[in-house]
Ligand binder design. Structure first.
Ligand SMILES: [Zn+2]
Length: 281
């Protein structure tokens, strides 16, 4: 592991991540550090294919309030509920190192950092390295060093660890790793027997948008499975019933979720028809 966090209990501007020979500012999400362990000192040089992109230089310390990039307002005029309103461009700037990151969590199970790192290493078998950050409550941020590795992970969905489904979602600026955070995950879905006329990447992206947040269209499936089904990757909300069919100009097509346990009765994730509590007895 070539990354560790120092000086965690300070404001975000002082909190940095040291990775190999570069320093990056820690982003603005809530972070709950693991129990302290002695940091590993990297002994080998980064591999030549390691991407040098998106690693900003250390920011100069500035007065964000004076520059009106951050304004403090109090909810209901109560000083105990200060709310910081942050300039959008400023957050976008801070987000640069993280915008391609993924957030992972084991469904229904909390996995420690070492176990998660070991299992992801073993299962993903990536060519390059990835950085894993424990952000608390079972959530981890994964930052890949190559786009190819990230694509490989997304293409390989679903992943299971210890028999638990690995939830994978995109990193967002507003993500907050609190316990009640709604679980979202990426899933590959099949649109079964879709009319050949709709086997078009742009159109499938539109279909994916009707099912969830579109992530990727499987172009291989377009060529190989042409006619049997079309395949798209979408991010879905696990706490709501999933879309089971999609209509196009009046015709309905079945939507199947690969590797996800979705109830046939209530369309919810996490139980089968037999265990459905919404099913009339
Ligand atoms: Zn059900």
């Amino acid at each position: 592991m070539y990354q560790y966090i120092v000086n965690v209990k300070v404001d975000n501007s002082d909190c940095v991540i040291i990775r190999s020979t570069v320093c990056v500012p820690y982003p603005s999400f809530t972070f709950r550090p693991k129990k302290p362990t002695p940091p590993e000192i990297p002994t080998e040089q980064p591999s030549p294919d390691r991407r040098e992109t998106q690693v900003p230089v250390m920011r100069e310390k500035v007065d964000l309030l004076a520059q009106k990039l951050v304004r403090i307002k109090h909810e209901q005029d109560n000083r105990l509920f200060p709310m910081l309103h942050v300039d959008k461009d400023f957050i976008d700037e801070l987000s640069v190192p993280w915008k391609d990151a993924l957030i992972v969590k084991l469904s229904g199970n909390e996995c420690g950092f070492d176990g998660m790192k070991r299992n992801l290493d073993g299962q993903w078998g990536l060519a390059g390295e990835f950085d894993l950050l424990d952000i608390g409550n079972g959530f981890f941020v994964v930052k890949f060093n190559s786009e190819e590795d990230k694509t490989k992970v997304i293409k390989g969905i679903p992943w299971d660890i210890y028999g638990h489904h690995l939830l994978i979602r995109q990193w967002t600026q507003t993500f907050n790793a609190k316990p009640e955070t709604i679980e979202k995950t990426m899933s590959w879905v099949r649109i079964v027997s879709l009319n050949l006329v709709y086997h078009d990447e742009s159109f499938l992206w539109a279909i994916a948008s009707a099912i969830g947040i579109p992530i990727e269209v499987d172009l291989d499936a377009l060529r190989v499975e042409r006619g049997r089904f079309a395949r798209v990757c979408v991010e879905i909300d696990m706490n709501k019933p999933v879309v089971r069919s999609v209509g196009i100009n009046g015709e309905w097509y079945e939507v199947q979720y690969e590797g996800l346990c979705v109830c046939q009765h209530c369309s919810c994730y996490g139980h089968c028809l037999r265990d459905c509590t919404y099913r009339p007895s």
